[in-house]
Write a protein that binds this ligand. Sequence first.
Ligand SMILES: [Zn+2]
Length: 74
Amino acid sequence: MATDLLIHWICTATSHRRTSELGLTHHEGQWAMCPELIGDGHEWFDTGGVDVSDALARWEEVVAASAPQGTAAA
Ligand SMILES: [Zn+2]
């Protein structure tokens, strides 16, 4: 089996972050990962083609960088 699976897209849509377990799908004819495989509204981030573990790390970076902070009601 091929182990050189490359992820070209990761979905960073805020509404698609209900889980940190990314699922594999396709986008633009290439492998993509999104935690919310159903529905629409994906926001695809072009990774340039990285392996699964790098894609996961990249996704976590993007999510952490854009995660809302201090949203608790005053
Ligand atoms: Zn998505």
